[in-house]
Design a protein around this ligand. Structure first.
Ligand code: GCU
Length: 427
């Protein structure tokens, strides 16, 4: 009895120490809804001259650009003005999924000098007509998305993983298929959609190197060594890369270029949102567990904050964003404005119940607070309360779910995206 009690007390002690450690690892991080500060969101429909937008025409003609510029100036940065050429080369194509689909490897070449290229992997069902397609970055190389032995192993810099699949920031054969659960090719192809993916490190390696590698230097003017204060960081560069993939997909005879949905998980969900906001050719924009700097409202300061994200990932945003660390109420924008920029096109946001770091409620609320702009296009209002777990809520143009579980993109998430996309197609 005594020893049992001893074990029990010991366990409690260990648990206390552990939760203290968790708190210590993330000092100042709030994950308690009752401690979310009171805040007022910037008015998305209020013009800089004080007037109000009342029609879709006025939004499109006047206010949309003001909001876009404010998001770019303060958060993601602008694409530099210099033009950089982009070429596409079909490297190879072969049959996959027991002959149900064709897979193509396309080399995307940035700039005139050799050495800056990315590999786009396009998988499309065999079909009579061009198919709608999902497009999204992967985290570890195209070869990690499938067991297919024909997909080349990326030669770009990769973040080392806690497994033999990488060594010294290089990928190897052991990584093949290790992210396959995130890329359900079979289900997507069977549903009649294509799936195109590209390794984000091909466009810009995810390290803070003062923007010496990746595509940033291609855009420098003479004498420039880093992006200007309101020019892009890595998320801006990755988003630009997605637009270049769309340029290719518009040319691909197997793909319906007017129906390309951009999708991304986590930091790549932040990226898909900015891509969808920046490039009005994207049909649907999907953000999976994108959190701070993505779908989550910055002013809530729940989970990851503006201060934390800029400290840990100083290369993701433009130089002005860190000025709002701890000063979120001074931001001229918040993430509901990012959602609004996607209107009248469709947008889907997904959270995971255990992913408090990404602030599921804040992810929902930015979508809900885009009600005003979406209403200009006849979309019905989303309720202020998020739906219960695993029950998607959809309006005509927007969708949201919170999946039970942790930070990840799973088959359940993809099933909702496919369903939402089919719904959009049937309109
Ligand atoms: C970190 C980061 C998040 C990001 C995530 C990811 O957790 O703090 O902002 O979304 O990495 O991309 O996996």
């Amino acid at each position: 009895m005594l020893s049992r009690t001893g074990t029990f007390v010991g366990l409690i002690l260990v648990m206390c120490v552990m939760s203290d450690q968790v708190a210590a690892q993330r000092p100042g991080i709030n994950q308690d809804e009752t401690k979310v500060p009171a805040f007022t969101l910037p008015e998305v429909l209020k013009l800089n001259d004080g007037g109000w937008v009342e029609t879709a025409d006025a939004w499109q003609a006047k206010r949309r650009l003001e909001v876009f510029n404010a998001m770019a100036d303060n958060v993601y940065g602008h694409v530099p003005k210099k033009k950089v050429s982009v070429d596409f080369k079909l490297v190879s194509s072969w049959e996959v999924l027991d002959g149900a689909a064709i897979r193509k490897l396309v080399e995307v070449e940035f700039g005139d000098a050799p050495g800056n290229s990315a590999s786009l992997l396009v998988t499309v069902p065999k079909a009579e007509a061009p198919v709608p397609c999902f497009l999204g970055y992967n985290f570890h190389g195209n070869h990690t998305t499938t067991d297919d032995p024909k997909v080349p192993i990326t030669e770009s810099w990769v973040r080392d993983r806690k497994s033999p699949s990488t060594k010294g920031n290089r990928a190897n054969e052991a990584g093949r298929g290790t992210s396959a659960s995130r890329w359900p090719y079979r289900e997507i192809v069977d549903a009649g959609f294509g799936l195109a993916t590209i390794y984000y490190g091909d466009v810009d390696p995810d390290t803070h190197d003062e923007f010496k590698n990746g595509i940033h230097p291609l855009f420098y003017e003479a004498g420039q060594t880093k992006p200007k204060e309101t020019e892009w960081g890595s998320i801006g560069a990755w988003a630009w890369g997605l637009s270049r993939c769309l340029d290719y997909l518009e040319l691909d005879a197997n793909v319906d270029g007017a129906h390309v949905a951009v999708v991304g998980h986590s930091r790549l969900g932040k990226t898909s949102l900015w891509a969808g906001a920046s490039d009005e050719r994207f049909w649907i924009t999907i953000s999976n567990n994108s959190g701070c700097g993505g779908a989550a409202l910055s002013r809530r300061r729940f989970g990851e904050t503006v201060g934390v994200i800029n400290r840990v990932f100083p290369h993701w945003f433009c130089d002005r964003f860190p000025e709002f660390s701890g000063q979120e109420n001074d931001l001229p924008v918040d993430q509901h404005m990012l959602m609004s920029l996607i209107a009248p096109r469709a947008v889907y946001v997904a959270s995971a119940t255990q992913d408090l770091w990404a602030d599921p409620r804040g992810e929902y609320l930015s979508l809900q607070n885009a009600n005003g702009v979406y209403a200009l296009y006849g979309d019905s209002a989303m309720d202020v309360n998020p739906p219960v777990a695993d029950s998607p809520v959809v309006t005509n143009l927007r969708g949201y779910h919170s999946r039970t579980g942790k930070h990840d993109i799973t088959l359940f998430d993809w099933q909702q995206y496919v369903k939402f996309a089919k719904r959009q197609l049937s309109k």
